[in-house]
Design a protein around this ligand. Structure first.
Ligand code: FCB
Length: 428
């Protein structure tokens, strides 16, 4: 057995739009994901896992798993549909929090997991600086309603995806192209304005890219554009000069105003890290729409086995990432806020168990080498709406039959329960 430290937080994660459904209930306004396409098979989040109505059953599953924490997100268009607080939406999260606490599960609340109110998109969304101020207002409403009971707060989930897929390649809602850097800055600003308003322990969740490749200059450039744009200002180092230079043909960064970087560097209690795979770059390609500034690079996956997303399975990339982050930010605790794998296997998901086992071993390797990792949240509690892939990709440790909404534990859920109970990974 390899043991995790005492007090290590075990959790499971979800996000509002991916599980809740009930898009037209209790005053919720449309989000940018309602009606967004193309989505595989024409799927929508209209019903998803119907968690809005089945949350009590889902909390029961969390309790049976024995996890100490549940990471979920609050839907902005449910809580502040037209700029004014909607009591019914707020009450839903309040009931969820109460039930979690009754079952001994600590809520970890993400304030933005990509479901921007459509009305704000009509005013420019994350290209409009004002959205950052609206986000702070919305967050204050949630903090006011839940702050007496919620101790762990995450401002944004993966602002890289929100900016570079939502406003760069357009693969994600709202489907805007070629404007990733302005969106990224306004997301950073939203974080900086909001973090000081939150009670308890506060962090942000990034999906830092582990960039590999044979050419040092290519790796440095891709790493700066994907990671430096966020880690620089958020962790007090400002936007890297190399990134400004590498993107000079795309933007003059004039949307960054005096004082913004200081605001964005608001103190953090932890950094949330989502990890799935690595990115390999080399010179001599045609780039990718989600990688502005890397137009001359070729992107590929690491060799070897892949999950159903086509993402290569590279557990030691997670060790490398945790060690890099702790080396660069020695006083900042890290939490793995998402890690998991998509496989179609309904119940006998031994490939998912192998993925989770190898990545938990990678976390242990990072701990052994001195990284301050405080917790791990599996993605995901349930099969759910996987964004542009719709219901085609299943990340859950619990299977969802979308016809009947029946939840069935996969082998990985049983396995995870045992790991959580032992606070250890068996080496056999
Ligand atoms: C992450 C997202 C999460 C889920 C996983 C597979 O990028 O944060 O919502 O889609 O990927």
């Amino acid at each position: 057995m390899r043991r995790f430290p005492d007090g290590f937080v075990w959790g499971a994660a979800t996000a509002a739009y991916q599980i809740e459904g009930a898009v037209a209930e209790d005053g919720r306004a449309p989000s940018i994901w309602d009606g967004f396409g193309p989505i595989r098979n024409g799927d929508t989040g209209d019903v998803a896992c119907d968690h809005y109505h089945r949350y009590a059953e889902d909390v029961g599953h969390l309790a049976d798993l024995g996890v100490g924490s549940y990471r979920f997100s609050v839907s902005w268009p449910r809580v502040l549909p037209d700029g004014k607080p909607e009591r019914r939406g707020i009450d839903f999260y309040s009931r969820l929090v109460d039930l979690l606490l009754e079952r001994g599960i600590a809520p970890a609340v993400t304030l933005y997991h990509w479901d921007l109110p459509r009305a704000l998109q009509e005013r420019g969304g994350w290209l409009n600086r004002d959205t950052a101020y609206r986000f702070a207002e919305y967050s204050a409403v949630v903090a006011d309603a839940l702050g007496d009971r919620v101790d762990t707060w995450i401002t944004l989930n993966e602002p890289w995806c929100a900016a570079f897929l939502g406003y760069g390649s357009g693969e994600h809602a709202p489907g805007v192209r070629d404007a990733a850097f302005a969106a990224a800055h306004h997301l950073n600003l939203a974080h900086g304005l909001t973090a000081p308003l939150l009670p308890g322990s506060k962090g942000i969740t990034l999906n830092p890219h582990v960039v590999w490749g044979p050419d040092e200059a290519a790796v440095r450039r891709a790493d700066g554009i994907a990671n430096g744009v966020f880690e620089g200002p958020l962790l007090g180092r400002g936007y890297p000069a190399s990134v400004i230079a590498d993107t000079a043909h795309l933007t003059d960064w004039s949307f960054v105003r005096d004082g913004d970087e200081a605001l964005i560097a608001a103190p953090l209690d932890f950094l949330g890290v989502n990890y799935y795979s690595v990115t390999v770059v080399e010179p001599g390609g045609k780039g990718k729409p989600s990688w502005p500034g890397c137009e001359d690079l070729r992107f590929s996956s690491a060799p070897g086995e892949r999950t159903d997303m086509g993402w290569s399975i590279v557990p030691h990339g997670l060790t490398e990432l945790l060690l890099r982050l702790s080396r660069e930010n020695p006083a900042l605790p890290l939490v793995v806020t998402e890690n998991g794998a998509a496989y179609p296997d309904p119940v006998n998901d031994d490939r998912r168990i192998a993925y989770l086992r190898s990545h938990l071993a990678a976390v242990l390797d990072a701990l052994d080498a001195g990284a301050d990792v405080r917790g791990y949240y599996v993605w995901s509690l349930l099969d759910n709406f996987e964004w542009a892939f719709g219901y085609d990709k299943r990340f859950g440790i619990i299977h969802v039959d979308y016809e009947t909404q029946r939840r069935t534990w996969k082998n990985s859920a049983h396995w995870y329960r045992d790991v959580v109970a032992a606070n250890a990974l068996s080496t056999s």
